[in-house]
Design a protein around this ligand. Structure first.
Ligand code: G3H
Length: 540
């Protein structure tokens, strides 16, 4: 933040918003995508207000940026019917389509989507306040993910195009789709996190219902026509709404896979709505409270750089963010000083401001919640150690470093999902180890240290607590070819470009004893290309 500017003055004047990033007139999203049609909605509408306060002359005030449907149970069940029809008990055109043809549809979709980059990035900035470079990066990463998925599927298909012969039995083993999928992503990566389940689900032959995220809904508008053009009717259905549409979809019992990124509590409730939970596969990305342990031997310059990125990228609103820092007491003062100095260099502002690092928080009531966390920590003996930390004006919140944090404080165990950095000084390594072992979360952690013996001693117990141990590096999901998962309340199933293809499919085989009659039968089927499953065609 420019020290001469107060936080409220960081909100823009209406006339000062760069024209290319402005949304001067609200976007009216009147359609949703159902069974290959852009269906107009005449019912309840949601008004979307940006977390960016705009000063049109009377001081910063919320700006309405659009409206979109709040669909009801009837619309939700119509989407289930459309997906069920496209599935057609596994005999629909999409689940039985040749892989090359499905790939062609997905590539066509990616091409049309790429033309929408600027429009979607602009909406992302206004809806969730992701900075311009980060919004662009999310878009580009998503397109790259689509292409990566296509390549991974080609690989998978090539491997499956050969027969296995074992103990005299001939088999062709392929991955087959599972049936209608419900995809629900979070607000913080409204495009990427939804697409990392949606694209693999689709390309494996499953019809999909997408429920747009809680925030980050309008940016789906430009994609509806792309979905409509690229996929057969009923294969991709896009709905706007809230729990009122999710419950009937789950209760219908017709969903084969639920892909959900959100809280473990919501995931549990949704799973139980399915009348046959054993028929439901869940791919879940859930809660996390990733810890960093800063050892005596840490390179403090590198550590602070990684911690600032790890805790404050997109205001700490990443499931992979570092959400608690343990530091050896001998290095605590130095760490706190450097973190404070580092935070001073991170500009607060609007998503399009050059070099901005901290932007308004889109969740309603978020700054009040973070303020409560700080008050609770103070009541239990911690302080905000960086000057200006925790100052707030409407949706802007200046990052706060809290120390010394202890187990009695809410900031120790709650997933703050925002720019508050709880720091716990320790003397005995048992403190962070016990905390991680007793935590309900198990996604990732980071170790900062340069002594091979002590680092290695910590790695071994930690790999059985979390699913990624980062050495002298912040926690993160990428590269997207790496497995992304978690233990305990943090995840179910693994996502990566190739793992996701497995998640949305099931290994299925056609097998036969290798008798002369069966060999002749299979040879004929292959030679005459009579089957899509039994085929040795090789994808290039
Ligand atoms: O919010 C969870 C995201 O998947 C994290 O991805 O580590 O690349 O920011 P990231």
């Amino acid at each position: 933040m420019n020290p001469s500017r107060s936080i409220p003055s960081l909100y823009p004047q209406a006339a000062g918003i760069p024209a290319e990033y402005d949304i001067p007139t609200p976007v009216s999203q009147e359609n949703y995508l159902l069974d290959g049609r852009l269906e107009p909605w005449r019912g309840e509408m949601q008004t979307i207000t940006s977390p960016i306060m705009v000063d049109a002359g009377a001081g910063p005030a919320p700006r309405i940026i659009g409206t979109c449907p709040v669909l009801d149970e009837t619309a939700a069940l119509a989407a289930v019917d459309a997906a069920v029809k496209a599935w057609d008990q596994g005999c629909g055109a999409w689940p039985t389509m040749r892989v090359t043809d499905r790939i062609r549809c997905v590539e066509e979709f990616a091409t049309i989507m790429s033309e929408k980059r600027d429009e979607m990035v602009r909406l992302m900035m206004w809806e969730i306040c992701k900075s311009l470079p980060d919004a662009r990066a999310e878009f580009d990463r998503t397109v790259e993910y689509i292409h990566g998925t296509v390549d991974a599927l080609k690989d998978l298909d090539r491997t499956s195009s050969r027969f296995v012969i074992e103990k005299g039995i001939y088999a062709q083993i392929r991955r087959a789709p599972l049936g209608p999928v419900l995809c629900m992503g979070p607000f913080n990566y409204p495009l990427n996190e939804t697409f990392t389940t949606l694209i693999p689900a689709l390309i494996m032959g499953n019809p999909v219902i997408v429920k747009t995220p809680r925030m980050g809904k309008l940016l789906y508008g430009p994609l509806l026509e792309a979905f409509r053009q690229a996929f057969p009717a009923g294969v991709a259905n896009v709905l706007y709404g809230d729990r009122r549409i999710i419950a009937p979809i789950m209760k219908s019992g017709k969903i084969g896979v639920m892909a959900f990124i959100g809280s473990s509590r919501a995931a549990d409730a949704l799973r139980l709505m399915h009348p046959h939970p054993h028929r439901l596969r869940c791919i879940l990305g859930l809660d996390a409270k990733n810890a960093a342990i800063v050892m005596e031997s840490a390179d403090m310059e590198l550590t602070v750089r990684e911690l600032l990125d790890g805790t404050l990228t997109f205001n700490g609103q990443r499931c992979t963010a570092i959400k608690i820092v343990f530091v050896h007491e001998s290095r605590a003062a130095e760490l706190l000083d450097r973190l404070g100095a580092g935070i001073k260099t991170l500009p607060l502002g609007m998503p399009w401001d050059d070099g901005v690092r901290i932007t308004p928080l889109p969740e309603p009531g978020k700054t009040a919640y973070l303020t409560e966390l700080i008050a609770d920590a103070k009541a239990h003996g911690a302080e905000v150690v960086n000057p200006g930390g925790g100052q707030t004006a409407m949706t802007l919140f200046s990052p706060a470093v809290l120390s010394p944090v202890s187990g009695a404080m809410r900031a120790y165990s709650e997933e703050q999902f925002g720019p508050v950095i709880p720091v716990v000084p320790y003397t005995d390594m048992a403190t962070p180890i016990d905390s991680i072992m007793n935590s309900s979360y198990g996604q990732q952690m980071s170790i900062f240290g340069s002594d091979p013996a002590t680092v290695a001693e910590l790695v071994d117990p930690m790999v059985n607590q979390v699913c990624r141990v980062n050495l002298n590096s912040q926690c993160q999901r990428g590269p997207d070819t790496f497995p992304f998962t978690g233990r305990k309340d943090s995840a179910e199933g693994t996502l990566s470009v190739s793992d996701a293809l497995r998640g949305f499919s099931i290994r299925t085989l056609v097998a036969a004893k290798g008798t002369p009659g069966n060999k002749a039968l299979i040879s004929d089927i292959l030679r005459q290309r009579r089957s899509r499953f039994l085929s040795t065609d090789f994808l290039l």
